[in-house]
Design a protein around this ligand. Structure first.
Ligand SMILES: Nc1ncnc2c1ncn2[C@@H]1O[C@H](COP(=O)(O)OP(=O)(O)OP(=O)(O)O)[C@@H](O)[C@H]1O
Ligand SMILES: [Mg+2]
Length: 587
């Protein structure tokens, strides 16, 4: 990607460097088209001169040349557009793919800093501004560069004095464009920020639309949206005002040139220093030059916009988080994973978080993690999953430090069920089998039985082929959780991490699932974060956490006998169960 600190003018070159050949052909077509188009007025002048001398045959020949050059210019223009605009589309595709690849290779921490709406605006809008510059912008710029020397050459050849007089106003144009360009760049940067604020806000509002409606926040959200939208609109208007200065400035300068042409050129014709045909040709040259000169402002502006867009893309690409190691195909050992945490810490700026914590998990171990809300259970599981890098201490998996070389292997054997299940807007089958696309229907149904979902799938109109809607909206919270659990189980993981994965499932179904799990899992290493004591009791050991640290670590039986959170929870929840079962008996 471009290093903007090195060159402000050539920032786009690194994007195009790979396509030098196409660019060369585009340049050839542009020069072809421009030269041919610039020569047309010359033949027009010759034809008028011939008419003046009543040379009918000569004028016909010159007109034929004029037509021929017009046709050649047309073909050149077609080739130029095809090559250069096609090239910009290709560059856009590459840039989008690179960005997408970049985003997919970012670790967890990156997404905690970013907002989806903002990322979307960069992938969409900013890449679009870059395409406008590398396509139409570059094309008009090359056109100006190739038309100017030919036209100027022919003008000087015809009359250097008139050329000087006519070109003088044009030098002011360059100065005007420079000033306008600087100004519009500043506004453009603000405009792109305003757009990403707007798209972040609307993305958030639309995703949280139910909360907005349920809490009657519509008016407040609309007002906030209105304020953001107003800022965007006023900046856009400011930008339009700046842009609209280009056209009058260009028109003024062209008008001045035309005035000079008629006044001074006319006097030269009267004096006999210039032929009528030459004056006609000059008029043609001026017309041929006026359009590229005007579009110079437009393309300068496209470059300003695109530079602001590219700067934002660069900022994103220079995010401090390290890239994840690339995916690879991995053959795993059949044995369950062993894990060892030594002095692991992961604390946020607020001081809250995890650690320092030590933990040993032998292959096939089962551990329940309990603790009050915010005690660090999720963070611990995320560290064990390799999703968060410890800030201090070490995490060893199968005796090896978890790092770039081992992370993908760790993930290949991992079944992670997050606290909030995420489903893709695809079929249930795809959501279940995404970790193992080759899984047969029998396997999927077997897992569905384990998580007590088989009944539900049979009831769905299209069974496994039911499309679950965005984020699984047609399923209930408990159904989504069970889908996420089934997805993890289908991989037959060496390490299964369940983060409160059945919190939305009723206690009875949860017991049934846990019963099934025990038979199904065999010897996987298992870590379960939970608020339910009877779930914790299915594990060999229980870790009680507080403020991200270990408070107690023992067997469930031993912990129940010691004063502490676990014993308290057990008493409370046993009482609850007794009341529930007592009620059931009386009914
Ligand atoms: N991305 C984050 N940025 C800042 N603080 C965070 C972040 N994630 C978690 N925390 C803080 O770290 C602490 C532990 O969070 P964690 O999610 O591990 O709690 P938990 O034990 O899983 O809670 P729960 O029972 O509600 O799931 C909390 O105090 C939380 O506020
Ligand atoms: Mg949690």
């Amino acid at each position: 990607m471009a290093d903007l600190s090195k060159s402000k003018l050539w920032w786009w070159w690194p994007l195009m460097a790979r396509h030098r050949r196409t660019l060369h052909w585009g340049l050839v077509a542009t020069v072809w088209c421009s030269v041919a188009a610039s020569v047309v007025p010359y033949w027009a002048g010759r034809a008028v001169n011939a008419l003046e001398h009543q040379d009918w045959h000569g004028s016909k020949v010159f007109l034929a040349w004029m037509l021929a050059f017009t046709a050649v210019a047309g073909v050149g223009r077609y080739l130029m557009r095809n090559t250069l605009i096609g090239l910009s589309r290709e560059v856009e595709r590459e840039q989008r793919e690179a960005l997408y690849g970049f985003l997919l290779a970012r670790p967890f921490s990156f997404y905690e800093r970013q907002r989806v709406g903002d990322l979307m605006s960069r992938v969409g809008d900013d890449v679009g501004t870059v395409r406008m510059a590398t396509g139409p912008g570059l094309m008009s710029f090359l056109q100006v560069l190739s038309i100017l020397p030919v036209t100027l050459g022919l003008m000087i050849h015809t009359s250097w004095r008139l050329t000087l007089a006519v070109m003088l106003p044009f030098s002011f144009l360059a100065l005007g464009f420079y000033i306008i360009g600087k100004w519009s760049h500043m506004v453009q940067q603000k405009l792109q920020l305003a757009f990403s604020a707007l798209s972040t806000f609307s993305h958030e509002t639309i995703s949280g639309e139910r909360v907005v409606q349920a809490f009657g926040l519509e008016e407040a959200r609309v007002a906030q949206f209105g304020a953001l939208s107003y800022r965007h609109a006023s900046l856009s208007m400011k930008q339009s005002v700046i842009f609209s200065a280009y056209a009058p400035l260009s028109a003024l300068i062209s008008g001045l040139s035309a005035l000079v042409l008629v006044a001074y050129g006319g006097s030269l014709v009267v004096k006999g220093a210039l032929s009528l045909g030459d004056l006609t040709a000059f008029t043609g040259f001026l017309v041929a030059m006026a359009w590229p000169m005007m579009s110079l402002g437009w393309s300068a502006n496209l470059f300003q916009r695109a530079r602001a867009g590219q700067e934002r893309l660069e900022q994103l690409l220079q995010s401090p988080e390290r890239a994840l190691p690339p995916a690879e195909s991995i053959t795993l050992p059949a044995v369950p994973a062993s894990l060892r945490l030594t002095g692991v810490t992961h604390r946020f700026e607020t001081g809250r978080g995890l650690g320092p914590i030590d933990l040993d998990l032998a292959p096939g171990d089962s551990l329940a993690v309990v603790g009050s809300i915010g005690s660090g259970k999720t963070l611990l599981l995320q560290v064990l999953a390799g999703l968060r890098e410890p800030q201090g201490g070490q995490l060893r998996v199968d005796g090896e430090l978890l790092g770039d070389t081992t992370l993908r292997r760790h993930w290949a054997g991992l079944g992670w069920v997050p606290q909030e299940a995420f489903l893709f807007s695809d079929t249930l089958r795809m959501n279940l089998a995404m970790g193992r696309p080759e899984a047969s229907d029998e396997e999927i149904w077997e897992i569905a039985r384990v998580v007590a979902m088989d009944e539900l799938i049979r009831r769905l109109p299209d069974g496994l082929d039911t499309v679950v809607g965005e984020r699984g909206v047609i399923l209930s919270g408990g159904e989504r959780q069970r889908t996420a659990l089934a997805r993890a189980l289908l991989r037959h993981p060496r390490l299964l991490l369940l983060d409160d994965a059945l919190s939305a499932v009723d206690a009875e179904t949860e017991s049934r699932i846990l019963e099934n799990l025990r038979g199904f899992l065999g010897t996987s290493t298992l870590v379960v974060a939970t608020h339910r004591v009877f779930v914790a009791e299915t594990c060999a050991r229980v870790l009680v956490m507080e403020e991200g640290r270990t408070l107690q670590l023992d067997t469930p039986g031993a912990l129940a006998a010691q004063p502490g959170l676990f014993a308290r929870l057990k008493r409370l929840q046993s009482l609850e169960r007794e009341i529930v079962s007592g009620k059931q008996r009386t009914h």
